[in-house]
Design a protein around this ligand. Structure first.
Ligand code: 1WB
Ligand code: MN
Length: 341
């Protein structure tokens, strides 16, 4: 019998009642954000949107969640405030609720330091206040990294107004996890029908677009040590990166894209890691580890949106040698998110 494999799941969602209540207000207000169908289903269970039964799982930290972790020998969940985080609120509300959520996160980690770690939220709407909360979250609350739910008001992180956030993450030496939310206004049109707005397809399109924008803008020349983690098996970016690289170099030659010091592939390799959250295809995992290297692929469940048992079975049976499996299961998570071995 092989020794028990430590398991750290890196993209595990939670919420707090105060954020859920504010999202219920968003659900009841008019609007046509691509996040609304899901928010209405999860936080308001309105007829026609289907009742998505995730809220109890998001709000629970120390009950069923811990029991499920015990049952499937998941050692640790790295918790993050679920999408869209605080990014649909006005800046004041976002600031207050991010602070509160980070405090609660620190409290539950203090009660269960071996079972939970956490990624901090912050009000991207106000980069100045965001930086303050980022510093507090790392220096005072000792959280493990940051979570951004892709666009804010349909703007992306290549916009210079957000650079103070990137600068702070780099200076604090903590990874920013970019999780999806509904696609930005300019991107959402054809994703409305057939349930394509969220996890099925829209989420990957949104984050894939976001990180390609970041790389093509050249911003990683300014922040060479910035680490970004993207979930859902890299939102398919690395499957496409050869062509992104080829076509971007052509665009650079004809003046349609800024000149960059490195190629798109080199930025992806240097500045990104990926997780397997909610994507349990062994062949996709094998490709990912071969393409990006065993140090750059992290395991996740995507709790409570995905069940724990198959995610654990996927890990246990992953087509990797023992050393690479240990990296995938916990060692990369320890390194990237500063978790005690
Ligand atoms: C779902 C998945 C919904 C995720 C979410 O709402 C998030 C879903 C914020 O399966 O419907 C996710 O994190 O992958
Ligand atoms: Mn997810």
């Amino acid at each position: 019998m092989a020794a028990k494999l430590r398991k750290i799941a890196v993209e595990e969602a939670f919420s707090i009642p105060e954020v859920a209540k504010e999202l219920q207000k968003v659900a009841r207000a008019p609007g046509d954000s691509a996040d609304l169908p899901l928010i209405r289903g999860v936080y308001d269970a309105q007829p026609g949107y289907g009742s998505l039964n995730f809220l109890a799982g998001l709000l629970d930290l120390e009950g069923q969640r811990l029991r499920e972790m015990d049952e499937h020998s998941v050692d640790m969940q790295i918790l993050s405030l679920t999408a869209p985080g605080v990014q649909m609120f006005d800046a004041d509300t976002a600031c207050d609720l991010a602070t509160l959520a980070n405090d609660r996160l620190a409290e539950v980690i203090a009660r269960h330091p071996k079972r939970f770690a956490g990624l901090a939220s912050f009000p991207t709407q106000s980069p100045r206040r965001a930086v303050k909360e980022m510093e507090r979250a790392i220096n005072k609350l000792k959280l493990n990294g940051f979570m951004i739910n892709s666009h804010t008001n349909s703007e992306y992180l290549d916009d210079p107004k957000y650079w103070p956030i990137l600068e702070a993450a780099e200076a604090l030496d903590r990874c920013i996890y970019i999780h999806p939310r509904g696609a930005s206004d300019g991107l959402k049109g054809p994703l409305r029908e057939y349930g394509m707005d969220s996890a099925m397809w829209g989420y990957g399109v949104e984050v894939g677009t976001h990180v390609v924008r970041m790389m093509a803008s050249g911003l990683f020349d300014r922040f060479p040590k910035l680490k970004i983690c993207i979930g859902h098996m890299g939102e398919a970016v690395h499957f496409w990166i050869w062509r992104v690289t080829f076509m971007n170099s052509r665009s650079q030659k004809i003046g349609r894209a800024p000149k960059t010091e490195l190629t798109m592939s080199e930025y992806f390799q240097r500045n990104f890691v990926i997780s397997s959250s909610g994507h349990e295809d062994p062949l996709a995992l094998e490709y990912s580890v071969k393409k990006l290297g065993p140090d750059n692929v992290l395991w996740a469940i995507d709790y409570p949106y995905q069940p724990t048992a198959p995610a654990v079975a996927f890990l246990e049976s992953a087509p990797l040698n023992a050393a690479d499996k240990a990296k995938f299961a916990y060692q990369n998570a320890e390194r990237i998110f500063h978790i005690k071995p």
